[in-house]
Design a protein around this ligand. Structure first.
Ligand SMILES: *Cc1c(COP(=O)(O)O)cnc(C)c1O
Length: 403
């Protein structure tokens, strides 16, 4: 591992040579020969969808997170929609969630005709603050949707206690958090329902895909019916039973995940522990490198949390820098470090401002964090050199603009 250029050379954004010649994305899938073989075998099988690979993937995923049921969905957003439906969210209901997330979390509440009610985040972890969430509970509140921001678990014991007190359903959006743990319990086994995404930037991919896990038999049945048009038996169950009869008992959707995708997910799941270990090692390298940089704040991990490191978001101490977050972002990209920003707080999007009346300054903690956040490259396929290049680029760029 070689350490890249020194602070004397000009930054790439000012015409210097970049820290590395090739672009390093912030996230990337890894596909191995075993994954390809698994997909090909399914393509050659009788079942492309609604077949045995769906059951196998669901059972393996449920066993991995330590829960009774896992229900596959066509993507993480559909999984959230299914969970909101199973929770009984409808017109007139409210669901409390965080503004520091991808818009899909709150959108799923809207799909059900219910109202997302935002509460601000903790300034350290940027996860939904249980105290501020509790203050938003009204007689109309039916659910809480904490998000494990960047793979760092939300305070699930606090949210489960709040839900028990008020009779609410907790839907944990764990799109970032496959394999994370809170108080020694794996994410997916704690909330009433937990949703996952298998988009290629996430820990394990099925191209598009999602999952809902639950320990509750009745919720699992609702989740299965909802993803299949609201029909009580799917085509394979009918074939196995040797008859044609089915009933549509409610309005559902076609949110099924094909067997081809499940075969890929099943194969990817075999490597999840190794991939998590790799992400944790990269995070440790970043933590160690930035501990000595006063302009860079590393993610804060609570003692009860064992994060899955979907992302590694740094926060810039802007009062110790002579430039903006935007300029540092562009300077890092010029160095071929594919930084990103997660997230524009959901309540600031035009749709939310127009339809829910949210506005700037509503959630000051999330907004002030947003102004300082930059996500560094973080994926299990990163090499030590990739991590070293990222660290070198941050040192050079931040060093250049340090006051
Ligand atoms: C990726 C993501 C989703 C949506 O998942 P898709 O599979 O892309 O639909 C939902 N919530 C969060 C926090 C995400 O990062």
């Amino acid at each position: 591992m070689t350490l890249s250029p020194t602070t004397i050379a000009p930054l790439a954004i000012h015409g210097g040579a970049p820290v590395r010649p090739a672009w390093l994305p912030y996230g990337r899938q890894s596909i191995e020969e075993a994954d390809i073989a698994a997909v090909v075998a399914t393509l050659r099988s009788d079942w492309l969808t609604t077949g045995p690979k769906v059951d196998e993937f669901e059972q393996a995923f449920a066993a991995y997170v330590g829960t009774k049921h896992a229900v596959a969905y066509s993507n993480g957003t559909a999984a959230l929609h299914g969970a909101c439906s199973a929770a009984g969210l409808g017109a007139g209901d409210e669901a409390i969630t965080t503004p520091m997330t991808f818009c899909a979390t709150a959108n799923a509440v809207l799909y059900q005709g219910a109202k997302p009610v935002f509460a601000d985040v903790r300034s350290d972890t940027l996860n939904l603050d249980p105290v501020l969430a509790a203050a938003k509970v009204t007689p109309r509140t039916k659910a809480i949707l904490p998000v494990d921001f960047t793979g760092n678990p939300a305070q699930m014991d606090a949210f489960m206690a709040l839900a028990a007190e008020h009779g609410l359903t907790v839907i944990e959006d764990a799109a970032h958090a496959v394999g994370a743990e809170w108080q020694g319990h794996r994410v997916g086994s704690i909330a009433h329902m937990t949703t996952f995404s298998f988009h290629p930037v996430k820990h394990l991919t099925t191209a598009e895909g999602g999952m809902v896990t639950t320990n509750d038999d009745a919720l699992a049945t609702k989740l299965r019916t909802f993803r299949n048009h609201g029909i009580t038996r799917d085509s394979r169950q009918r074939e196995l039973a040797g008859d044609w009869f089915y009933e549509m008992s409610e309005l559902g959707f076609n949110y099924r995940l094909p067997d081809i995708a499940c075969a890929l997910g099943l194969s990817q799941l075999q490597r999840i522990e190794a991939n998590l270990a790799r992400r944790r090692a990269i995070a440790a390298q970043y933590d160690a490198a930035f501990a000595s940089l006063p302009q860079v704040v590393s993610p804060k991990i609570l003692p009860d949390a064992n994060p899955a490191w979907h992302l590694y978001p740094i926060q810039l101490e802007l009062d110790q820098l002579s430039t903006t977050r935007g300029e540092i972002f562009r300077a890092l990209r010029a160095e071929n470090i594919g930084v990103n920003v997660h997230y524009i707080p959901v309540h600031l999007h035009p749709y939310y401002r127009q339809n829910l009346g949210t506005k700037p300054a509503d959630f000051p903690v999330a907004e002030s964090a947003y102004a300082r956040l930059i996500s560094l490259p973080m994926f299990h396929g990163m090499t030590d050199q990739d991590a070293a290049d990222t660290i070198a680029a941050v040192r050079i760029v931040v060093g250049h603009y340090a006051k």
